[in-house]
Design a binder for this molecule. Structure first.
Ligand code: PLP
Length: 442
C-alpha cells in the first residue's frame, strides 16, 4: 500500500486517528512500519531514533524477542479466559511478581487495559472504599491543573488540560483542582527537581477547609506530570501532599502511567522519591507497550476493607472483559524479566546525568525558554509564536522527524522519554538533531 497525499484514495480516510490533526497528517503521513532496539523504520525505509519510547511505553526498547515469543506461545496455549468468577494462572503469577516492585504495602493488583481504565478504576475504588468503611460522604475528588489522567469521564474530570475537557459537558460532579507546579519564572532550567514550589501542596488545606475532609475521597496527581508538559514536582512537594492527605484521611493516588517502570529511575516515582501513596495507577511500560494492559496497585488496608461480608458476594462490582488477559499477562511477565535481568530501572539512574547534561546544552538556543528533566525524561519548552501557540513546537518536531529522530510535541513543549536501553551515542543523536531542528525553526 502506498500513502499518497490523496487521503481518500490511498486508504487513510477510514481511520479517525486519536489526538491527531487528521487532515494535516493524512496530507503528509508519517508511517512507521517496523522497529528494533532504539529505532523505528518508516515506510520510506528510513531509520528513526525513538526519542519517546513510542508513547512513553516501550521502556525496554523495541522488538524484544522474549516478549513476542511469550505472546505467541500464550495465544496458542490459552488465547482467552474469562476473569469473572474464573481464573488462569498467569494473571495471578503476574500480580504476585509485580508486588515485588511496589512500594509500601501496595500488595494487591487490579488489572485493566489502559491508563485511562486504571484511573477510572482507582477513582471508583477510592469512593467505594470510604463507603465500605462507613464514610460514604467522602465522594469528592481532587486533581490538579495540567494533570493528565487519560480520556474517560473520571480522568478528564480530575485532569486539568482544558482542551481535553471543554467540549465534553458537565463532567463529574464534586471535583476540585490543585494548582499545577510549573513556574518557569522561578525554576527555569533547573536540573532535576526544582527548589521552589513546595508550598503549592498547602493549597490542599484550603480545599479541605472549603469542603471539609469528611466529604473528600481522594487526591490524584502524577508524581511528575507528563502529557501536561513534563512538569516536575518541587522538592518536598509530594511528601507534603502525603502528610496532608494522611492527616485528613484522604486517599492519595499516584498516577504512574508514565513514571512507572523505570522512567524516573527505580520501578516507580513513588520509590525514587520515597513517598508512598495509597493507590498507584499504571499501564504503558507494564507490557513494554506490546499488548494493551494496565494495573492498579492498592494497599492492604484498602483491599482488606472490601474483603468482608458474606463470602459468596462479589466485593467490588467493577472489572473488564480483558482484566488480566492471558496474553497481556504473558507479555507483562516477559517484560518484567527483562527489566529485572537487565537492571533497567537502575540504568535510568546511571544514564541520568549524561542525559541531563546533553539536554541542558540546548540552553541559549533561539526561543528556548525552559529545559526540565529527571530520570530519562526531559522537555524543552519554546516560546510560542504570537497568536499561533503550538506552531513552532510542531515545526521543530517535524524537522527532527525528517532528520531521523522522533520526539514528542505538546504545543510548544518538546518532550523526550527514550527507551531505558539508550546509549550515549543515541543521546548525542537525539539532542544533536533536536538542536539542529530548533536552530532551523524561526
Ligand atoms: C499519567 C497518565 N495517566 C493516564 C494516561 C492514559 O493512558 P491510556 O492512553 O493508556 O489510556 C496517560 C497516557 O499518557 C498518562 O500519561
Amino acid at each position: 500500500m502506498s500513502f499518497s497525499s490523496d487521503a481518500g484514495k490511498s486508504g487513510l480516510d477510514a481511520f479517525w486517528m486519536p489526538f491527531t490533526a487528521n487532515r494535516q497528517f493524512k496530507a503528509e503521513p508519517r508511517m512507521l512500519t517496523s522497529a528494533e532496539g532504539m529505532y523505528y523504520t518508516n515506510d520510506k525505509g528510513e531509520k528513526v531514533l525513538d526519542g519517546t519510547a513510542g508513547l512513553w511505553c516501550v521502556n525496554a526498547g523495541h522488538g524484544r524477542r522474549e516478549i513476542s515469543e511469550a505472546v505467541a506461545r500464550q495465544v496458542a496455549q490459552l488465547d482467552y479466559a474469562p476473569p469473572f468468577q474464573m481464573g488462569h494462572p498467569l494473571a495471578f503469577e503476574f500480580a504476585e511478581r509485580l508486588t515485588e516492585h511496589t512500594p509500601g504495602n501496595l500488595n494487591h493488583v487490579f488489572f485493566t487495559n489502559s491508563g485511562s481504565e486504571s484511573v477510572e478504576t482507582a477513582l471508583k475504588i477510592a469512593i467505594a472504599y470510604h463507603r465500605a468503611r462507613g464514610e460514604g460522604t467522602r465522594q469528592r475528588l481532587i486533581g490538579r491543573e495540567k494533570g493528565y489522567h487519560g480520556v474517560n469521564f473520571g480522568g478528564i474530570s480530575v485532569g486539568g488540560i482544558p482542551n481535553n475537557r471543554k467540549v465534553y459537558g458537565s463532567l463529574l460532579n464534586g471535583v476540585d483542582h490543585l494548582p499545577h507546579t510549573l513556574n518557569i519564572k522561578l525554576n527555569a532550567f533547573t536540573k532535576g527537581l526544582p527548589e521552589n514550589g513546595i508550598e503549592l501542596a498547602d493549597e490542599l488545606e484550603k480545599i479541605v477547609a472549603l469542603h471539609d475532609a469528611s466529604n473528600i475521597a481522594a487526591v490524584i496527581v502524577e508524581p511528575m506530570s507528563g502529557s501536561g508538559g513534563v512538569i516536575m514536582p518541587p522538592k518536598g512537594y509530594l511528601r507534603r501532599l502525603r502528610e496532608i492527605t494522611r492527616r485528613h484521611g484522604i486517599l492519595l493516588i499516584f498516577d504512574e502511567v508514565i513514571t512507572g517502570f523505570g522512567r524516573v529511575g527505580e520501578a516507580f516515582a513513588s520509590t525514587r522519591w520515597d513517598v508512598v501513596p495509597d493507590i498507584i495507577t499504571t499501564a504503558k511500560g507494564l507490557t513494554n507497550g506490546a499488548i494493551p494492559m494496565g494495573a492498579v496497585f492498592v494497599s492492604d488496608e484498602i483491599h482488606d476493607t472490601f474483603m468482608q461480608g458474606p463470602e459468596n458476594m462479589i466485593e467490588l462490582f467493577h472489572g473488564y472483559t480483558y482484566s488480566g488477559h492471558p496474553v497481556g499477562a504473558a507479555a507483562g511477565l516477559a517484560t518484567l524479566d527483562i527489566y529485572e535481568r537487565d537492571g533497567l530501572f537502575q540504568r535510568t539512574i546511571e544514564m541520568e546525568s549524561y542525559f541531563e547534561e546533553a539536554v541542558h546544552s540546548l540552553k541559549g538556543l533561539p526561543n528556548v525558554i525552559d529545559i526540565r528533566n529527571t530520570g530519562l525524561v526531559a522537555a524543552v519548552e519554546l516560546a510560542a509564536r504570537d497568536g499561533k501557540p503550538g506552531a513552532r513546537g510542531y515545526e521543530v518536531f517535524k524537522n527532527a522527524y525528517e532528520h531521523g529522530v522522533m520526539v514528542r510535541c505538546t504545543m510548544d513543549i518538546l518532550a523526550m522519554s527514550p527507551p531505558l536501553i539508550i546509549e550515549k551515542p543515541h543521546i548525542d543523536q537525539l539532542v544533536g538533531t533536536l538542536e539542529n531542528a530548533i536552530r532551523a525553526t524561526e
